[in-house]
Ligand binder design. Sequence first.
Ligand code: SF4
Ligand code: SF4
Length: 149
Amino acid sequence: MNEEYLRKLNTCIQCGTCIGSCFSGKVTALNTRKILMEYIAKGKPVKEDDTIWFCVTCYACQERCPRGIPLTDILIEARKELVREKGLPGRLKNAFGFLAEYSALVPARDEHAKLREELGLPLYHSQFVDGARKEVVEIVRKHLGGVVR
Ligand code: SF4
Ligand code: SF4
C-alpha cells in the first residue's frame, strides 16, 4: 500500500460526505468509507470485499472530500492490488474476454440475436477496424494475461 495514500487516509474526519456523494452506493452495497477504513485499520488492501467493483469511478467522493483524500484513486489502486493477488472476478473476466473476441462487453440478448438472424446479419460484428481490434486484444492480453485466449 502506497505510504502517501495511507497518510492521507489517516486524515479522514469521518464526515460521511464520501458515502453521501456516492451514486453507486445509493443502489448497491458499496460503502466507500468502510472499504477505505479497512486500509487504515489493517494498513493493507481489502482482500474480500467484492463491493469494491461497484465503484463507477465517477470521482464525486474524491471531488467532495473536505480533507482532499484521493478516494477514487485509492479505490482504483486497491482494485489493481486485488487483481494482482486474486485475479479478476468471474464476471469481469467474461466481459474482457468477450470484448477481445467480439468488440462487445456483454453477449447479445436473445431477441437481438433472433432479429439479426432474421435480417441475415452475423450475430456479432466488430465495431473496431482491424488494427484497433488487434490493439484491444493486445492490451487485454498484456494487462490481463491468461484472461483471453
Ligand atoms: S469525505 Fe473524506 S473526510 Fe469525509 S468520511 Fe469520506 S474520506 Fe473521510
Ligand atoms: S468514485 Fe466510486 S466510490 Fe466515489 S462516489 Fe463515484 S462510484 Fe462512489
